[in-house]
Design a protein around this ligand. Structure first.
Ligand SMILES: [Ca+2]
Ligand SMILES: [Ca+2]
Length: 340
């Protein structure tokens, strides 16, 4: 228990440090001590906390009436969390939005030159005690804050209590205001890999295996793929792509051309165009299927087949193979169409 207690104590000391209020006498428990200006009176009857609040009353004239306090911004302050309780009573009229009861935070340089100003609270009409909070990043070169409680050229009564300005380090600021990124539609999901470069116009991009690019003999465009085998071995190119959820059928088409392909000992030892369905990297979802087979010497020949996608198949692999035979196989314009 003892180490745990020490740890908790450490955390409490950190958070206490973070909660230090820069405003002196923000709750008006010491009447108007630390505040400049003489337009506010202490209200012991209508307050949010403790014994007192401060009230600025104005019944005629609609003049600017305010009290203020200047505080130093501690070193390494990244942002200030301003807060305060305000109550309004009969604040009526005024042409501008700022003709209201206001808490204003003004950032100034060391010699009180204004850098920026923000309204923390802006109240009109008649309003019960309400808490206002606003966290503002400290502008560059700001050294002081001037906090103002005002009745801005309007008649009525504005009550103020528990005025706070809490300095936050960068770390504290981002702990209180963590950065959240909003997912845009499907962007957070790893995009499915689509079949691509079936016409070999982008060299062998997207393809694996032992092909070369043929620019002299092709079906369309500037290039096709060529697989040449001098010995009866398996030599192939392949590409794996994802199946969209809900897809039921797949149609594969492409063009093949054979140059002196000598069949091996089995009938499928020829130029082959194959699809394999996969559940994952290592598990097949069914038997391999031939889209086309070619042997001997031929012109460009078109092949097309449609398959039902087997249960559980998440990926497919398209293969163009010299299947344990000799000769040259060319392929071009391979296309895949998935449908629901
Ligand atoms: Ca108080
Ligand atoms: Ca091509």
């Amino acid at each position: 228990m003892k180490p745990l207690f020490i740890f908790s104590f450490f955390l409490i000391s950190i958070s206490n440090f973070a909660q230090t209020n820069l405003i002196k006498n923000g709750g008006f428990e010491s009447e108007t001590l630390n505040w400049r200006g003489d337009v506010a009176t202490i209200s012991p009857y209508d307050k949010k906390t403790g014994k007192n609040s401060a009230v600025i009353n104005q019944f005629t004239g609609a003049e600017w009436k305010a009290i203020d306090q200047i505080v130093n911004i501690p070193k390494k302050t990244y942002a200030i969390e301003f807060s305060g309780w305000v109550k309004a009573d009969g604040i009526e009229g005024g042409k501008e939005a700022y003709n209201a009861g206001l808490i204003i935070a003004e950032f100034t340089t060391g010699n009180e030159k204004k850098i920026s100003s923000e309204n923390i609270a802006q109240v009109k009409g008649t309003l019960a005690w309400t808490n206002y909070t606003k966290t503002i990043l400290v502008p560059e070169k700001a050294q002081n804050i001037r906090i103002m409680l005002a009745l801005a050229q309007i008649n009525g009564s504005a009550f103020f209590d528990d005025i706070k300005a809490i300095a936050l380090s960068e770390e504290e600021y981002f702990r209180l205001h963590p950065i959240t990124t909003i997912p845009e539609g499907q962007k957070t999901i790893t995009p499915l890999k689509q079949f691509s470069n079936g016409n070999f116009e982008d060299n062998l991009n997207s393809w694996n295996g032992n092909g070369t690019i043929s620019t002299s003999d092709k079906k369309d465009g500037i290039a096709a793929v060529e697989i040449t085998s001098k010995t009866a071995e398996w030599k192939a190119i392949d590409q794996v792509a994802d199946i969209n959820e809900g897809d039921k059928t797949i149609e594969i088409s492409g063009w093949l051309k054979a140059k002196d392909i000598q069949q091996g000992k089995d009938p499928w030892n020829n130029g082959m165009f194959i699809i394999e369905f996969k559940k994952n990297e290592t598990t097949k979802a069914g038997d391999d299927q031939a889209i086309g087979m070619i042997t001997g010497t031929t012109d460009w020949t078109s092949f097309k087949k449609t398959f039902q996608i087997p249960e559980g198949a998440k990926q497919y692999r398209i293969m163009v193979a010299m299947s344990v035979c000799t000769g040259t196989l060319l392929a071009d314009n391979i296309e895949v169409k998935l449908s629901k």
